[in-house]
Design a binder for this molecule. Sequence first.
Ligand code: NAP
Length: 307
Amino acid sequence: MDRIYDLIILGGGPGGYTAALYGARSGMDVLLLEKLSAGGQMGLSAQIDNYPGFPEGIDGFSLGQQMKEGAERFGAQTLLAEATAVSLDGPVKEIQTSEGTFRARTVILATGATPRLLGLAEEETLTGRGVNYCAACDGMFYKGKTVAVVGGGNSAVGDALLLSRVAEKVILIHRRDKLRASPVYEKALAEAKNLTILWDTTVSRLLHDQRLTGLALKNVKTGETSQLACDGVFVSIGRAPASALFRDQVTTDQAGYLQADETTRTNLPGVFAVGDVRTKPLRQVVTAVADGAVAVYYAEEYLAEHP
Ligand code: NAP
């Protein structure tokens, strides 16, 4: 409890571990707190093709481990612990966790974002019993089966394409008549013969016995209702920031993302926000990584100005 770190990082995704690498490499005393395992949400991706330096792509779990090892090579410490309360005001910041209380002069918030729920009755009870949020993790359970994917962004289309290689039949359900996803997917969508798209459609109910058996659907233009029998549904409708712990202290936008510009500085001196939890136009591994480096640059500046 007496020890005061130069820097505590909350979250072991790509932003957090890049901050740990940059901080430790520049001689800071760095502690990174991670809830589960290195990589964060990235660790759930079966294949990452848009992080440069890996011509064949790499799975997110391995990339997370490599980022962790890179930071630890320079002395950054990782502790598996869940933060339960924070006090970020003042020159010494305090983090209470499942493993004790830790103090630091600067803090980087890199807690990322978690999948958004549909908000339907019994959604949580049926999670793992037909309702899923990660195609890369759970897609293999649907080999030869029929699955639905809800959403129209890059994640939903990526998930639908991944599942089309495993499942017998994939139905992508989107609430509008145009995908939000990048046009880069159009060719692959057209070529996936077992994949169909239901446009202008929302899910109004989860049908089930012990497990999910189907979805009650509604066409938002015609008002027509229908039922779709399926073995599983993958909800892929974006993410919500993991910022609940900081919202009473750090300024957020309406959706709860921590307000910080390219400098990653928040409203609190010595507190920085990086990666998916920060307000930003593009949430990707490369942008999280860039944030981690920038945050340490400004943390060092802050420490020099507040000796
Ligand atoms: P997103 O871009 O925010 O898309 C969410 C999708 O879900 C939208 O199509 C949205 O519909 C739909 N949606 C939202 N709430 C809904 C609800 N309650 N019911 C039904 N549908 C709902 O989220 P994302 O696809 O997870 O992507 C997040 C970020 O990661 C984006 O910046 C994306 O570009 C990036 N990403 C990149 C890649 C890649 O480059 N390889 C892969 C995955 C994600 P509307 O379109 O009607 O709003």
